[in-house]
Ligand binder design. Sequence first.
Ligand code: ADP
Length: 193
Amino acid sequence: MTRLLIIGAPGAGKGTQAERLSASFGIPAISTGDIFRHNVKNETELGKQAKAFMDRGEYVPDSLTNDLVRDRLAQSDAQAGFLLDGYPRTLDQVNELDDILASRGKSLDAVVLLTADTDEVVRRLLGRALEQGRADDTEEVIRRRLEVYAEQTAPLTDVYAERGLLVTVDGLGEVAEVTGRILEALEARNSAN
Ligand code: ADP
């Protein structure tokens, strides 16, 4: 169980859970959002290109995102497995990831869908805005991020469900409780296969 994705609306808690699952499985958690933010902060060429999209709550173009992930997955620490957080988010990215894995004779083990209702995610994101001051955590941009998620990313769960990979977990509750639920759900799926 080493090649995993975690999908969920902004504010569902993907990043927090990804860190914990990464520690538990001993695989790197790779967050495209974190990588983009790091590049924006350091004013790299990629950061300059990504910033305007991120500030509006739009997705960074697939071409940039796909190249970034292809490079990241080629690094040595990702060879034993990985947990991707925030990628893929579009159908084009699903196809790219399939391609990257297939070219190495690999495939995904499971896709965790973390659910949370809209009121709760907006509440969490506004709280995080106060704590961390992320540029895209204003109410207007949060609303746009949720729309883009619903339009472009939510449909991807059907693709993974059809492949029998989807594991849906309720993201509401204490952080440790949610981690426990994810680990249990992955184990249950593993022993059923
Ligand atoms: P959230 O899931 O809360 O929106 P992230 O940190 O995962 O936060 O992503 C922040 C922003 O980074 C996104 O709104 C988007 O602009 C950009 N981004 C991250 N991952 C991708 C991706 N796979 N494709 C396109 N843009 C992305």
